[in-house]
Write a protein that binds this ligand. Structure first.
Ligand SMILES: [Zn+2]
Length: 600
């Protein structure tokens, strides 16, 4: 994600293999077994004590595939009868009930959602459904705890608020504006956005089952813990989708957690003349004659993503987009922009969009092969809170695109998209790497100015640019170092140095410590090991540790301390002595190795 209006230095501030949903059935304390060892699935995937979006995710099953089947009137901004999602899941316990995330309405009555669930079936059989509040993860009284204090919002753990609630938060507050007081909703009830589905008979452990949710109404945006919005933005010609971290549930029901990654098909029937841009590759476009729902005719767009997609990376924008495509290096590149953007601006945008194959080639030098069969960009007109790295279809808002941010979002295709963080508190891991891509872009410009990559002067300029960038960040004072990247609160998750510049600088230091070749090898090993799935902080750090050039226990320990300082420590304000005290060779600050290249 790249946030508008937050730029630091030359950089745009933006925005193991054991998947958590396959883990223990009930981190929230699912209902006790109702006979036969069957029980309700957990209504959160967040670990106990979470304060960043603890309400999201659902356990007891793995999300395998989703067919999105929108029937969308782009003129009225409404989902019409026939609109539905078909979810294919596999039970990881015997399930008496299970849940999805779906915000069908919210306190934001102007641009929030206003939708109705009309029916739910499981394996084609009608199922009972109801909406409940989330419960704080780990509640020993179970997720139907009658205590209202077990279902309250907060930025902090414990909830606090006017009644000094000592329990952990059940959800992140939905602040109605970025100017709302950070803690103004602490201690208020969480909205009932958990859609609990009870099939007529329990689903056996290991069974694959399909869930069809039919719903109609107006999709909308989610108000986040920092007061920004994301989800389905109204555009004059349809809807524009950027959703990080949780706004997908404001236009479709899903297992709304980054580590839940089903594959996707889209079959969207929309107002005639409109274009649908979604993830993956375009399969077909079929026009239809006038009907009762669409008096002027309609058109069905089919997109297919064979790659799994994290919850916040599902793209499905509808509008008057001019869509083009070309193939380079075996990758299909899509370019879409709204036709209402002025002609001169469209030409400027297209020139930048056409750089995507070159940027992908450049970033592949570090990350290894591009992980998907397609890549692309959609430029919409609404003014929204951020641009976003939607998988294979990067969403730019406000009618414009810029090169820095494209380097950033395209880097996310490897980091965040292919290898996804295992929870929101690891957001810094992928934002740091995307920020590194902006540093690498500026280093590339310096290299080109000095003679290019084939000349020693060019390569020296590349390196000098990165060192300069690190040293500029390392000199930061004030509140730059006061939040630990791995312990964000909802209010600061996407706005601060802890998510972007600090981890970005840490990766420059890591490249100095491991050596440039080993650093790239580590990145590529992470892609191979965790691609298509998610990664934890411990797993991430373990791979980097393997690529230390000096295999001594002292160096291993020093690298562990490096990660603790850069990723996990909140320092007093001011910088200077209050910042990480391990940097890397040739960088400002204390180095990593001693005089003889060993870790003392
Ligand atoms: Zn980002």
């Amino acid at each position: 994600m790249a946030v508008h209006g937050l730029r630091i230095a030359v950089v745009a501030a933006c925005a193991g293999l054991v998947a958590p949903w396959l883990g223990p059935a009930s981190p929230a304390g699912a209902s006790p077994a109702a006979g036969g060892g069957c029980s309700a699935g957990a209504r959160t995937l967040s670990p106990p004590g979470s304060r960043v979006y603890p309400e999201t995710g659902n356990g007891g099953y793995a999300s395998l595939h989703t067919l999105v089947h929108l029937v969308y009137d782009a003129t009225a901004n409404r989902f019409l009868p026939g609109n539905r999602v078909d979810l294919t899941d596999r039970a990881t316990q015997c399930l008496t009930s299970f849940s999805l995330d779906f915000e069908r309405s919210s306190a934001n009555t102007s641009s929030g959602p206003d939708m109705t669930v009309n029916s739910v079936t499981v394996n084609g059989v009608p199922a009972r459904f109801r909406f409940v509040q989330p419960t704080y993860p780990g509640d020993p009284n179970g997720q139907d705890d009658p205590d209202p204090a077990a279902h309250q919002a907060s930025q902090t753990n414990p909830v606090g608020g006017p009644r000094h609630n000592p329990l952990p938060p059940a959800c992140s507050p939905e602040l109605l504006s970025a100017n709302a007081g950070k803690d103004s909703l602490n201690g208020t009830p969480c909205p009932a956005n958990k859609l609990v589905i009870t099939p007529t008979a329990p689903i056996r452990n290991g069974d694959t089952f399909t869930v069809m949710v039919s719903y109609t109404g107006r999709p909308g945006v989610h108000n986040d813990g920092d007061g920004t919005t994301e989800g389905w933005f109204r555009a004059p010609d349809g809807g524009f989708v950027t959703t990080e971290p949780v706004g997908t549930e404001d236009w479709m029901p899903l297992n709304d957690y980054p580590a839940a990654k089903p594959t996707y098909d889209f079959s969207d029937t929309v107002t005639a003349g409109r274009t649908v841009t979604a993830n993956g590759v375009l399969v077909s476009v079929r026009p239809h004659r006038a009907s009762r729902e669409f008096p002027g005719g309609s058109v069905t767009w089919n997109w297919h993503s064979p790659a799994p997609i994290a919850s916040y990376l599902v793209e499905d924008s509808v509008g008057n987009y001019r869509l083009t495509a070309r193939t380079a290096d075996g990758i299909r590149f899509y370019q879409a922009q709204d036709t209402s953007i002025g002609a001169a601006q469209q030409r400027k945008n297209l020139a930048i969009m056409r750089m995507q194959p070159d940027i992908t080639r450049f970033e592949s030098q570090f990350n290894g092969p591009y992980p998907f069969s397609s890549d692309g960009i959609v430029i919409g007109t609404p003014t929204v809170s951020f641009d976003e790295e939607m998988q294979t279809m990067i969403a730019f808002s406000g009618g414009t695109i810029d090169t820095d941010t494209l380097y950033h979002e395209n880097m996310h295709q490897w980091w965040g998209d292919h290898v996804t963080e295992d929870g929101y508190r690891l957001t810094f891991y992928k934002e740091g790497l995307a920020t590194l891509a902006e540093f690498l872009y500026h280093a590339r410009l310096a290299e080109d100015a000095a003679g290019g990559p084939s000349s020693p002067k060019g390569r020296a300029a590349f390196q000098a640019s990165l060192v300069h960038q690190f040293n500029a960040i390392y000199g930061s004072g004030g509140s730059f170092w006061t939040a630990a990247p791995s312990n964000p609160d909802p209010f600061g998750l996407f706005s601060g140095s802890a998510t972007y510049s600090r981890p970005g600088a840490a990766y420059i230091a890591l490249r100095q410590i491991l050596g440039h070749t080993n650093f790239a090898r580590a990145l590529q090993q992470i892609q191979r090991m965790y691609g298509g799935a998610s990664i934890s902080e411990a797993e991430l750090e373990a791979v980097f540790r393997q690529w230390l050039p000096v295999h001594s226990s002292a160096c291993q320990a020093r690298l562990s301390e490096f990660f603790t300082q850069w990723f996990d420590t909140a320092y007093p304000p001011g910088g200077g002595p209050h910042r990480p005290m391990i940097t890397g060779p040739d960088l400002a600050g204390p180095g990593f190795y001693g005089a003889h290249g060993v870790c003392a």
